[in-house]
Write a new protein. Sequence first.
Length: 89
Amino acid sequence: KDWNAAGKLVDGGYEQGMPAPMVDVALFATQMLMSLNYSGPLRELLVSRYYINKTEFATKELAIAIDKLDLNTALGLWDFGKDSWNSYL
């Protein structure tokens, strides 16, 4: 059984170490589906925190990719982080 080959087929971001799109969507949906009686942070704050977390992940992984001189991973992470930052703004 080649789990690496299976991971590449299931998750487009597998090789670049980025989270699977469906995991991303599930986490976002979990944050947004809350009771009207919820007394925690406002939805806007949750959305902001969601995109900032994605940007932080991309930034940390980008630094690692640059240290390893891994251009393809670095470019993928740059796009991932850029999209997250633009969504935050």
